[in-house]
Unconditional design. Structure first.
Length: 236
């Protein structure tokens, strides 16, 4: 293949498709070996905006893979909801009522008593859990949903043919859906339930929260220690 010399490259979906004479704008034909690209700042900016920042994705995604990813997204939303409910329930629970339940022999209330005796530690555990679940949801959830949006767009003919990149629309829609699920199901709903029934929720979440906090105790200790030192520096 010959070199186009002084030429501009026609780009389609991130790939060079051909060259055009810079003076006439007429295509030279074929998939030429274009060695000279336009160095105009505006052209480079447009190229970066529409081609170079595209996110790679699988050209073919099986139904099983999609189902698995959606189940992971649902699991992460539920995990986030669990930690949010645990945090608000432990803060809102009435200690006197828990003490009475424990005195009556309620084993779950006794576990809540132990959690309340080290409230700072377990609140830090809920914060760590919320952060990890939220980060994982953004990392895994958005690409998984973006694949679905891209597939739907191809089905209705918005995309001319299957592509090797996520579209901007796919990423935007996935971001909005993940944000909605995270706020409504992962934050607002569990918070409202925990505040409405703090004793019941705290008895349900205390034991698994204690197991999680025990497993993550080195990280929780490091976070609490760092926070305490920062507070000491500002005189709190």
């Amino acid at each position: 293949m010959g070199s186009c010399g002084k030429a501009e490259v026609f780009r389609t979906r991130g790939k060079s498709r051909g060259c055009a004479d810079c003076r006439t704008g007429e295509p030279l034909g074929g998939l030429a070996d274009c060695t000279t690209l336009t160095n105009q700042p505006s052209a480079r900016f447009l190229s970066d905006m529409f081609f170079d920042i595209a996110v790679p994705a699988e050209a073919e995604v099986s139904l099983g893979t999609i189902t698995f990813r959606l189940l992971v997204v649902l699991l992460l939303v539920l995990l986030n909801a669990f930690f949010v409910a645990a945090e608000f329930a432990l803060v809102a629970v009435r200690r006197s009522k828990i003490d009475q339940m424990a005195a009556d022999g309620d084993a779950s209330a006794m576990v809540v008593q132990r959690a309340l005796s080290q409230l700072d530690r377990y609140i830090s555990g809920t914060q760590l859990g919320i952060t990890l679940a939220s980060l994982a949801l953004g990392w895994i959830g958005e690409p998984a949903l973006a694949v679905l949006v891209d597939m739907a767009m191809r089905q209705v003919g918005i995309m001319p043919e299957p592509g090797a990149v996520h579209t901007g629309a796919g990423i935007a829609v996935a971001f909005l859906v993940i944000t909605f699920l995270h706020i409504v199901l992962g934050e607002l709903a569990p918070k409202s339930i925990a505040l409405a029934r703090p004793e019941g929720v705290s008895r349900l979440v205390a034991r698994p929260l204690m197991l999680f906090s025990r497993a993550m105790s080195p990280f929780i200790a490091m976070l609490n220690g760092t926070a305490n030192r920062l507070l000491a520096l500002i005189g709190v």
